[in-house]
Ligand binder design. Structure first.
Ligand code: PLP
Length: 363
């Protein structure tokens, strides 16, 4: 590539914008003339607090988050949210509905069983998680504690187009692999959570967007650190936050702003993924997409080559040609290209061209 940067299609952690990495490199040992790295500063210092508050403010602005929501920076990854959600909002003997669209939703369901009685609302497991359930397949009860779903299924390459209307039942969403990839109407959700390491920064920060009224429904007899209100009341500074990760997240948000905000990012993502889906669709069956067309993700493109030996060769040749991270998730195999926000158009174009050439050579 032109700048010694790999064509990085890793599913997570994933590519970060080059401009952000270069800025962080420049500021690494002396942030803002302080003579210290941002990593070496007190999280109670003015310099750090400015970074922290600016990241929260920019996140709210760029994602058009209404006033009645809090933005939190937590730790423990999206996986700890699988636990925190039911620990805070599900009571013994109470029900919550879980929509299963892949392994991550299964993991969320498993944790909920420790606290209450989660019910499977709909599932596409029988169809190898190739699709997103339609709205008339989704069942939930008006007195469910909440409905939980995964907006983008990193492993299977499927994504929700339209979210179900759950009325007064809080809708809780794991947005780990498509947060900030497209515009969403935040007011549909009671709680959104996402590990930062795909679209927003390095691993170590988990973003939570929570509607304030939900905080009042939280269970009381639970550990302080695992309560949302602890972090909401302290502006995510109850204890030492992952300061470097939050700084990086703030820089990624500035980059998104400079790209033209979420609408511009969304247009780019549709175009980037389109390059690769077009190759699959025009390959006369040489490449087979895993997801059904109406459930396709613009973040993770999953496909197979019918001949297993040829698929191995594809992955080997792609690696040789400098493409990183194209192996499917270890649980499903096949191929997967993750085209998150920071993956440049140029990398997607190069992959699309490579796929066309590979087919020509081996068909
Ligand atoms: N949810 C989804 C949709 C994911 O893609 C991932 C990780 O890839 C996780 C949850 C787990 O996230 P973490 O590693 O931050 O716990």
């Amino acid at each position: 590539t032109t700048n010694n940067r790999a064509y990085n299609f890793n599913a997570g952690p994933s590519a970060l914008p080059l401009e952000v990495l270069e800025k962080a490199q420049k500021e690494l040992v002396n942030f803002n003339g302080t003579g210290m790295s941002i990593m070496e500063m007190s999280h109670r210092s003015k310099d750090y607090e400015a970074v922290h508050n600016e990241a929260i403010a920019r996140l709210k602005k760029l994602y058009a988050i209404p006033e009645n929501y809090e933005v939190l920076f937590l730790q423990g990854g999206a996986s700890l949210q699988f636990t925190m959600v039911p620990m805070n909002f599900l009571q013994e003997g109470k029900k919550a509905s879980y929509i299963l669209t892949g392994v991550w939703s299964e993991k969320a369901l498993k944790e909920a069983k420790l606290f209450g009685e989660p019910v499977i609302s709909a599932s596409s497991k029988e169809n190898q998680y190739r699709n997103i359930p339609t709205s008339n397949e989704i069942k939930f009860d008006s007195d469910d504690a909440y409905v939980h779903l995964t907006s983008n299924n990193t492993i299977y390459g499927t994504a929700w187009r339209d979210f179900p209307d759950t009325g007064d039942v809080p809708l809780i969403v794991d947005m780990s692999s498509d947060i900030f990839s497209k515009a969403v109407d935040i007011s549909k959700f009671a709680l959104i959570y996402a590990g930062a390491q795909k679209n927003l920064g390095p691993s170590g920060v988990t973003v939570v967007i929570i509607r304030k009224d939900l905080l009042e429904k939280e269970n009381t007899n639970i550990p302080t650190m695992l309560k949302y209100s602890t972090h909401a009341d302290a502006n995510s500074l109850y204890n030492t936050p992952p300061t470097f990760g939050i700084y990086m997240l703030g820089e990624v948000l500035k980059w998104i702003e400079n790209q033209g905000g979420v609408p511009a990012i969304e247009r780019n993502n549709v175009e980037k993924a389109g390059l690769i889906y077009d190759v699959i669709d025009n390959s006369k069956g040489f490449y087979k997409g895993h997801a059904t067309e109406d459930s396709r993700s613009f973040m993770n493109i999953t496909f197979r080559i019918a001949d297993e030996e040829l698929e191995k060769q594809f992955l080997a040749e792609a690696k040789e040609a400098g493409f990183v991270g194209l192996n499917g998730h270890r649980s499903v195999g096949g191929c997967r290209a993750s085209t998150y926000n920071a993956v440049p158009f140029e990398a997607c174009k190069a992959l699309a061209d490579f796929m066309v050439e590979f087919q020509k050579k081996h068909q």
